[in-house]
Design a protein around this ligand. Sequence first.
Ligand code: SAM
Ligand code: SF4
Length: 424
Amino acid sequence: MCYAIPGKVVSVDSGKATVEYFGELKQALVIDADVQPGEYVYAQGGVVVGKAPEEDALPVLEKWKKHFFELKHIDAGLSRPGSGFGALSPVIEKARKTGTLAVNEMAAVLEAEENLEMLYSEANSIRKEMLGNACCVHGIVEFSSYCQNNCLYCGLRRNNRGLRRYRMSEEQIMDTVDYAVEQLGFKALVLQSGEDDFYTDDMLAGIASKIHRRHGILIFMSVGERSRECYRRLYDAGAYGALLRFETSDETIYHKMRPGKKLKDRVDLIKYLKDAGFVVATGFLVGLPGQTSRHIVKDILLTKSLKPDMYSFGPLVPHPATPLASAGKPGINDVLKTIALSRLVDHESKILVTTALETLAPEAARSGLLAGGNSLMINTTPPGFRESYDLYPGKAKDEALGQTVKNTLDLLCSLGRAPTDLGV
Ligand code: SAM
Ligand code: SF4
């Protein structure tokens, strides 16, 4: 099964390839591949991750051709602009035209209680118009549940003594990656862990380099606040992506939620990663104690100002063994409105629909994709480890990974989304 279809390189200029997919032209960065016009490539997250010999590419494209246009047709049918927004009409109209809103207008969208389906339709139609039906499907490998930090919201926090912790060996990580890439077709994987110094910079760079050389996929590191030197080495080893949320843009809430940590350090690191050329995913938690709609507006604006390649935000799901055990969960509409608002003020962004959202309601992934979202992640951590990566309740699914992949592809197909990332 392919998560990306090959495209034909039309031209290469200043480190960017223009790639054609059934008549559509997309741009993708060329970092270390030697790519020539006429060749076929795979692109993920806006980066060329590998080449496909013509004799392999053509049959895949032939198989996809009919499907590609069928999916577009389904998407078009499900992505009609909204109407009848009531009091929000001028705000929505302004957002559609300009892609910017004032803080009080953004807060009004988050505080709306009526005509929400219309709001979601509008955001979904902007997504379709600006980005088409491409949907990134990235896998995530959770390789260590040890963490030296004590974030109040997280089940992996140091003080959660009841958690059975694990560390995957390099061999276990490689087996997991091999399976995800070779058997399931993933072309982008996130390597995630607690902040765990057991893995030295050398070890992480060695693992990234091995994956890069063996598979040529887009690797995202999600390992928290490692040094700039560490991230530079990871990039040089072939991990071109980084997932690092700033969690909240509010200093006071940040200080309470992440004891001993500074918001500025985190944001500066995200800026560094962007400047260093990483494909950056960042964002925040929705539903932190003390957070108001104004805070979420600030969170969205900070995300936008960081110019990330992907928005990654999701609900706080309170974990019983953390100090936030009795915090209420946000409602699904709180998160859907945040997705829709992010789309209204950043038309061309990739917005991840997180697995945490799926714990709030049945069919939440579908709802998120119909409210402006256009990316998904699938947990590819093997059973035996997966249950112990206990960030929040309801996270680990019992079903076999192959089944999750099939369900995800069926969902995308029913919505007319192509499970592929066609470029920036
Ligand atoms: N340790 C790294 C870090 O903090 O960036 C990466 C792993 S951390 C578990 C990944 C993300 O999990 C965090 O950025 C946080 O937003 C999210 N998370 C932690 N606890 C959560 C909870 N109870 N509900 C929802 N998301 C949670
Ligand atoms: Fe550790 Fe990340 Fe959890 Fe914070 S969010 S406790 S850094 S794993």
